[in-house]
Design a protein around this ligand. Structure first.
Ligand SMILES: Nc1ncnc2c1ncn2[C@@H]1O[C@H](COP(=O)(O)OP(=O)(O)OP(=O)(O)O)[C@@H](O)[C@H]1O
Length: 258
């Protein structure tokens, strides 16, 4: 379980990224954080995971969270399996080396996200999408009932996006509590019962069906957005249509070429 109560954060005094953010993530549910670039999604999930201390308010976690950062190049040439084994740190303990149970848990997590064949590859030599999947395996290997993910499908192809969304729904069905940031309102609708919108006029938390509407999403992103929401086998699905603006071919024809 994760609870944020009136949480505010700013990197500099008097310059808040967000304030008065309150929500609870219960076991077996997901909450999605949405907002434009720079609105504070990464900052909020890092506060929730305990990687940043809030400037005001309280973050309550029953256990430490498994955390999936946005994929980043690692300067250290660890094997992929060793990266995943690092997720077992709290089970291994200080001054001990990982045992067979830790290796089995790490390998099982790699299999679960479909990266078992990458186990001996050096992490920096993996593609961005492969690195992202290995980082998700590392968080799963930690075995925490709370998983916090920062834009987990960034850089993934369509099949791997479906793989990750399916995996996250399986983890929820196992009783895990999930908090994720995302640029995909349709993914939020599919996974999350609750959303947090980080907008220009402040943060709002509420039900996904109530807040993921044409009006709210158009206001949040500042472009016309149309949605089509439906439920298939009890699973929420959403199609998003963004208005990409007028035809610019005539205008560019008028523009003088250099
Ligand atoms: N270490 C830092 N020091 C100062 N300001 C920062 C720092 N990290 C982020 N910021 C600023 O805080 C704000 C929120 O950043 P954050 O990365 O949380 O946004 P985001 O919603 O995750 O963005 P994106 O969608 O582009 O990933 C931005 O204005 C950003 O420039």
């Amino acid at each position: 379980m994760l609870e944020l109560d009136q949480v505010g954060f700013g990197y500099n005094p008097r310059n808040w990224v967000f304030r008065e953010v309150s929500f609870t993530v219960s076991p077996g549910t997901a909450t999605a954080v949405l907002g434009p670039n720079g609105s504070g999604k990464t900052t909020l999930v890092r506060c929730a995971a305990g990687l940043l201390a809030p400037v005001e308010g309280v973050v309550l976690r029953e256990q430490s969270a498994g955390f999936v950062p946005q994929a980043h190049g690692s300067a250290f040439a660890y094997r992929a399996l060793d990266m995943v084994l690092m997720g077992r740190a709290k089970h291994v303990g200080v001054f001990r080396t990982p045992g067979n149970a830790d290796r089995a848990a790490a390998f099982e997590a790699m299999e679960r996200v479909g990266t078992a064949e990458l186990q001996d590859r050096l992490f920096p030599t993996l593609s961005g999408g492969e690195q992202q999947l290995v980082l998700i395996a590392r968080a799963i290997a930690a075995g925490s009932p709370l998983l916090v993910l920062d834009e987990p499908v960034t850089g993934l192809d369509l099949k791997n996006q479906v793989r990750v969304l399916t995996l996250l729904r399986e983890l929820m069905a196992d009783g895990m509590a999930l908090l994720l940031s995302t640029h995909h309102p349709d993914h939020a609708m599919h996974l999350a019962s609750q959303v947090v919108l980080l907008g220009r006029t402040g943060a709002r938390a509420g039900g996904a069906a109530e807040l993921l509407t044409d009006v709210e999403l158009s206001r949040l992103y500042g472009v016309p957005v149309s949605t089509l929401s439906y439920s298939d086998d009890g699973v929420a699905r959403m199609t998003i249509v963004v208005d990409y603006g007028p035809d610019v071919s005539e205008r560019s024809a008028e523009r003088p070429h250099k």
